[in-house]
Ligand binder design. Structure first.
Ligand code: NDP
Length: 284
């Protein structure tokens, strides 16, 4: 058997066309503010891509690029200004911040109605309470969307997630649980990981270890979603040994061209949602 490829690039393109149509009917463009501190090359590229993707669907995106040595207080003041600016609908702070910042305080200073990354405790609390008003982090939403597009109803499926970070593993576990999956979260201290992984109908890897997931880790016919972004000899690869896994899975995402393009799309979707909620009086 050779797995069907879940084409994240194509899905993202289709969803972005739908978003562009919705944006075209709004009186003003939704506005995303991106705060970038320092000169981390990967972060600069990520943020440039976000701006390009936002503008391509008619949104406005402003990158506030601050010096590496910006004091915490100055960043907090900028966030306060953006929080109170009614022309700004979404705010994200590119992580990781330089070491002298208190990242938790920075994240918590973002107005929860504009927290389109969904990293603040308020939105995390809503998500964990299965409250649909939660603004959910983009990558977990991308994974859910891809699963629903591919499998339809995922209720009752056993999902195993490798990774328990605050930005991928944990919110994804809640999201899948809220969608009636039976969820197992694995991490670096998990014992018998290959056997646990092999019990999954849906296997999501988000651990950042290149080609960790081998064919023996996959139940025949499973759906495999590879969130990992790694490099071997400069070449991009995921956490899953794709060539092996595609022989046993029924559906699989490639890296690149899988979860990555869908993540940016979900960020734009969150920004549109924030705009609509702020302008309909649903949220302040
Ligand atoms: P973190 O480093 O924050 O978390 C990694 C998680 O994986 C931890 O929970 C860790 O366990 C677990 N882990 C590490 N090694 C192993 C192992 N050998 N076996 C089992 N579990 C392990 O990473 P992120 O969640 O931020 O990102 C994960 C991956 O996803 C990265 O490759 C990242 O680049 C990628 N990513 C991709 C995105 C996309 O859009 N495609 C978006 C975000 C991230 P423990 O908690 O015990 O340390």
């Amino acid at each position: 058997m050779t797995a069907n490829i879940i084409d994240g690039k194509l899905m993202a393109q289709e969803l972005r066309e739908q978003l562009a149509q919705k944006v075209a009917h709004l009186p003003t463009p939704p506005h995303l503010a991106v705060i970038l501190v320092g000169n981390d090359e990967a972060s600069i590229i990520y943020d440039r891509n976000k701006k390009k993707a936002a503008e391509a669907i008619g949104m406005q995106c402003t990158i506030h690029h601050l010096d590496e040595n910006t004091p915490q207080e100055e960043l907090l003041q900028l966030i306060h200004r953006l929080n109170t600016d009614s022309a700004v609908n979404g705010i994200i702070v590119q992580m990781p911040l330089p070491k002298h910042f208190n990242s938790e305080q920075i994240i918590e200073s973002i107005d929860h109605a504009k927290d389109v990354d969904g990293f603040g405790i308020y939105n995390i609390g809503l998500l964990h309470s299965n409250d649909s008003s939660a603004m959910v982090a983009a990558t977990p939403q991308a994974v859910l969307y891809m699963l629903q597009q591919t499998l339809g109803n995922i209720a009752g499926k056993h999902a195993v997630i490798i990774g328990r970070s605050n930005i991928v593993g944990r919110p994804l576990a809640s999201l899948l649980l809220n969608n009636h999956c039976t969820v197992t979260i694995a991490h670096s201290k998990t014992v018998n990981l290959p056997q646990i992984a092999a019990s999954a109908d849906i296997l999501v890897s988000a651990c950042g270890v290149a080609k960790l997931v081998k064919k023996e880790w996959i139940k025949p016919g499973a759906t495999v979603i590879d969130v990992g972004i790694n490099r071997i000899d400069g070449k991009l690869c995921g956490d899953v040994d794709f060539d092996e896994a595609k022989e046993i899975a029924e559906y699989i995402t490639p890296v690149p061209g899988g979860v990555g393009p869908m993540t940016v799309t979900m960020l734009l979707n969150n920004t549109l949602r924030a705009y609509i909620e702020q302008n309909s009086g649903l949220k302040k």
